[in-house]
Write a protein that binds this ligand. Structure first.
Ligand code: GLN
Length: 445
């Protein structure tokens, strides 16, 4: 059942909050050992909150998330939970505070049902880099669930929670949403406060939503968005609303993907939606669309290196270099190398320049079209055990990093299946045009 529909049951009392929490806890207890979506669940905390909401239902029932259960990626601080970033470094770190998004969710009657698995420090595309073991893909059990927000997508797909939060630096919400067959939204940079999110790359990171439907994502986005004094990059914004759409023009850029079948599936879907709604599609030119990866990784390496200096073993957990996995170490060493004084910041600055160019190209494309549609991931998720080179892994990100570089919103919605495996498509709009993006996404749903 979608969260929006369940909200009515919870508000009327036909379903108590305690019943909702208990049924998820039971399911998690039974099925999570197979899926490994959750890595920290504390029934007493969730049940306590549920009891409070049930006792005060009359007073609180109009809260926007009354009694809904939310899974939270292990990179977002939730007080009294182990926020490990799925790493050995922070294996014993118990968060002493709530991230701003968590505070907002709790204020609106949402219940944190548990902490979800991810690639270590959000670095990855498959979930296989977690120090807590990989999550399984409930929609294609022999394949990776995608990453880095692997547990959040798996939890929603498996029915372990109503909604989940993830974080997205270069695709970590949209990629697993696509592979698990659910909806994933990366908001515009600055729409949602990052306070309390453990950084991968502070100029690209955004917290966003993974859900079963577009309208569920809208519900949560309206709760978590907004200016926050504690995050200087966050903006005030009006309520996001679904719009009446007419005469929409969908832009289709040329983008190279590994698996042609994915493009075929997406083109077919675009044709169907255009026919049904009397919309048009046209080709748009984004000259530097194939430079995403080369632009993205230098920025991530440098910012990640800088962000991880606080994990020196004195304040939180262990020293990161002594306790992390291969991919995290690669980024720390790479970031430290290209940040060296002798290079005078050349690589970082060049990457920022390229980022600016990509951002401008998108902005001018949006003068001609309302949205851009591209695949979410260029290939099907690989099977467990398949070995990929670093380049092949980074290649998974070609279609998703673009929105982060351009600072615009992007949503992945299911487009269909190939070989029984879910495939998502992405819709991108102008910065802070989430209303239009979600309205278009509903027609694809
Ligand atoms: N796969 C990309 C990376 O490893 C994206 C990660 C993310 O969005 N957190 O950096």
């Amino acid at each position: 059942m979608n969260a929006i529909d369940k909200l009515n049951l919870l508000r009327s009392g036909k379903l108590t909050v305690t019943q909702n929490v208990k049924s998820f806890l039971d399911k998690i207890k039974k099925e999570n050992p197979k899926i490994n979506a959750f890595i920290d669940v504390r029934p007493e905390l969730a049940l306590n909150d549920a009891e409070y909401l049930d006792k005060n239902r009359e007073k609180l029932k109009n809260k926007k998330l009354f009694g809904l259960c939310i899974g939270v990626k292990a990179a977002i601080n939730v007080k009294n939970y182990n926020i490990s970033c799925a790493s050995n470094t922070l294996k014993n770190y118990i968060a002493p505070y709530d991230a701003t998004v968590i505070k907002k969710i709790k204020d609106e009657g949402g219940i944190i049902i548990g902490i979800t698995n991810c690639d270590e420090f959000c670095c990855g595309i498959s979930g296989e880099k977690s120090a807590f073991g990989v999550s399984k893909n409930p929609s294609a059990i022999d394949r990776i669930p995608g990453g880095s927000s692997s547990g959040s997508a798996a939890a929603v797909a498996a029915g372990f929670c109503d909604i989940a939060l993830g974080s997205d630096t270069g695709g970590s919400i949209r990629n697993p949403a696509s592979h698990c067959g659910v909806v994933g939204v990366k908001p515009s940079y600055g729409l949602v406060s990052r306070y309390g999110l453990i950084d991968l790359s502070m100029s690209l990171d955004q917290i966003g939503v993974i859900s079963k439907s577009v309208s569920d994502a809208l519900l949560v986005l309206n709760v978590i968005k907004g200016r926050d004094e504690r995050d200087a990059t966050s903006y005030e914004s009006k309520e996001i609303k679904l719009e009446k759409l007419s005469k929409i023009k969908i832009g289709i850029p040329k983008i190279s993907v590994r698996d042609e079948r994915i493009l075929e599936l997406i083109n077919k879907k675009v044709r169907e939606v255009c026919e049904a709604n009397n919309w048009k599609q046209e080709e748009v030119e984004l000259k530097h669309i194939n430079l995403g990866i080369q632009t993205y990784y230098p920025i991530v390496y440098v910012e990640f290196f800088s962000g991880t200096r606080k994990f020196d073993g004195r304040r939180f957990g262990k020293k990161i270099e002594d306790s992390c996995g291969e991919e995290v170490l690669r980024r720390i060493l790479g970031g430290s190398e290209i940040s060296k004084a002798e290079f005078k910041g050349t690589y970082y600055r060049r990457a920022l320049k390229a980022k600016e160019i990509i951002k401008k190209e998108f902005a001018s494309a949006f003068e001609k079209v309302d949205c851009i549609v591209i695949p979410t991931v260029p290939k099907l998720p690989h099977k467990f055990g398949e070995k990929l080179s670093v380049e092949e892994e980074y290649d998974y990100d070609v279609c998703t990093v673009l929105a982060n570089l351009a600072e615009i919103p992007a949503i992945s919605v299911p487009a269909g299946k190939i070989d029984q495996v879910p495939v998502g498509l992405q819709i991108l709009t102008r910065r802070f045009d989430e209303g239009k993006m979600l309205s278009i996404a509903e027609k694809f749903e």
